[in-house]
Design a protein. Structure first.
Lengths: 169, 291
């Protein structure tokens, strides 16, 4: 379903819009005047039909509630061209990140890759475990045989602090 | 001179060649790298789920750098560098968030230091070490080698955060390549994204972004591609075959880290630079160096 279909049945919710504005801490979403510089340069447009200007308009009008459960907010590649080029400093990238955070708060569907990364960080501190890799000549190597220093995993106090940080909204 | 270094996950978990080549090349410029007390995630994958937690992780890096007593921190990964820059900016802009972060750090006995200057490989070599010094150190110029440079997205955008180079026309990376005696060619797809950030949600689309760029580079008749980010290297080098499948092309493009090129020009042994770890045909690039 496209974003427009969702919108035709929805009612604006200004409270949800305020939630996004609060998360943006000074990024001027309301200044967007739909020049579409963001969408014309968007890396994810060709590939996954992300139209940042539509997201900006929907949020500005208060049609926020459908977006966190839409897959469209997970198509951004964070190339940051929209932030760079926005003449109004309205920054679609930041709005999309705020929507992703809202999706987590609302317990909407979050791509597994992100959940995995967070649980991996809780477990080891790193987002991915150190791997053995295979060279072009098919030899298997790891840090030790490459004479790289041992990884210094974080102390136990790290887990507690990170868990607390994840509870903040 | 001593400089603190934060490697991040990707480099320390599988992109060993980047770490090896930096550890080999920087001492030739009298730089001694000092590792932080711990390695952990910079916060990048966390940002999509909880921006506060991401800022906390990034601020924690600067708090650990503070323990070294050094003023300069090298962050060789584009994403880590961006996430730390973003956190620095958030702390400056929001007193409330800053206080929450500082309180959490205090629980571990850590203190945030706003005065630590962070560097990426590109501006570290270009501005801190100095382009002239890099030029002078070259023992084996990379004559005859044409390179397509890929500087990456997050290290040049967005300018308000203070990035290492101009957002629309970055030149430093090309100047660094030229300093080694190689030629950096301009091409239309130069600023296109590698797609790595889509790996967690749309892996096929991520590969097709990498594939289209590699296909363009293959048509340039260059010796290879140089990158300065572990995520970009992962997409263009380790996943090159799969990327080719998504765009219907048989790809055979040597992709190397700039630090590896630098090492070759300084006359360092290929194995010490981890050139055998690249999955793309790095030996074909080396063979194109004449003289």
């Amino acid at each position: 379903m496209s974003l427009v279909d969702l919108m035709s049945m929805a009612k604006p919710n200004l409270e949800s819009r305020d939630k996004i504005l609060a998360k943006l801490k000074g990024i001027e979403l309301v200044n967007c005047y739909q020049c579409m510089k963001c969408t014309s340069g968007c890396t994810a447009l060709k590939l996954l039909e992300l139209k940042p200007n539509e997201i900006m308009k929907l949020v500005n009008l208060g049609f926020v509630d459908e977006l966190p459960s839409s897959d469209i907010i997970w198509t951004c590649v964070t190339c940051l061209k929209c932030v760079q080029r926005c003449p109004q400093k309205a920054s679609p990238y930041h709005v999309i990140m705020a929507l992703r955070n809202l999706a987590v708060e609302k317990e909407a569907k979050v791509p597994e890759g992100f959940l995995k990364a967070v649980s991996q960080i809780l477990e080891t501190g790193l987002a991915e475990p150190p791997q053995k890799i295979v060279t072009r000549k098919m030899e298997t190597v790891d840090r030790e045989c490459l004479k790289l220093p041992k990884i210094k995993f974080p102390k136990e106090s790290f887990q507690a602090a990170f868990m607390k940080a994840m509870e903040e909204k | 001179m001593k400089v603190a270094v934060f490697w991040g996950c990707c480099i320390q978990a599988n992109q060993y060649a980047y770490e090896m080549s930096l550890r080999e090349t920087l001492p030739k410029f009298d730089i001694e790298l000092v590792d932080l007390r711990e390695t952990f995630c910079c916060g990048d994958p966390v940002k999509s789920m909880n921006e506060f937690a991401a800022s906390f992780l990034a601020a924690r890096i600067l708090a650990l750098a503070n323990l070294t007593g050094l003023d300069n921190l090298l962050v060789p990964c584009n994403r880590c560098h961006f996430t730390i820059s973003e956190a620095q900016d958030t702390i400056k802009r929001s007193l409330k968030t800053a206080k929450k972060i500082f309180d959490l750090l205090k629980e571990e006995g850590l203190e945030y230091n706003p005065n630590i200057k962070i560097w990426h490989t590109i501006d570290f070599l270009h501005d801190f070490v100095g382009l002239e010094k890099v030029k002078k150190a070259v023992k084996r110029p990379l004559k005859g080698l044409k390179i397509a440079s890929h500087v990456g997205c997050q290290i040049i955008r967005y300018s308000d955060l203070g990035r290492v180079d101009d957002a629309e026309n970055p030149r430093k990376f090309d100047e660094l390549i030229a300093a080694l005696g190689a030629e950096s060619v301009d091409y239309a797809e130069k600023l296109d994204c590698c797609g790595a950030a889509l790996n967690r949600s749309h892996p096929d689309s991520a590969l097709s972004l990498a594939g289209s760029k590699l296909k363009a580079v293959q048509g340039l008749n260059v010796g290879g591609m140089a990158v300065s980010c572990p995520d970009c290297q992962l997409m263009f080098d380790a996943r090159q075959k799969d990327a080719g499948t998504t765009v219907g092309a048989k790809l055979n493009v040597p992709v190397v880290y700039y630090a590896q090129l630098l090492g070759l020009a300084l006359g360092i042994d290929e194995k010490k630079l981890g050139l055998h770890l690249n999955q793309s045909p790095a030996e074909e690039l080396v063979a194109k160096i004449s003289g």
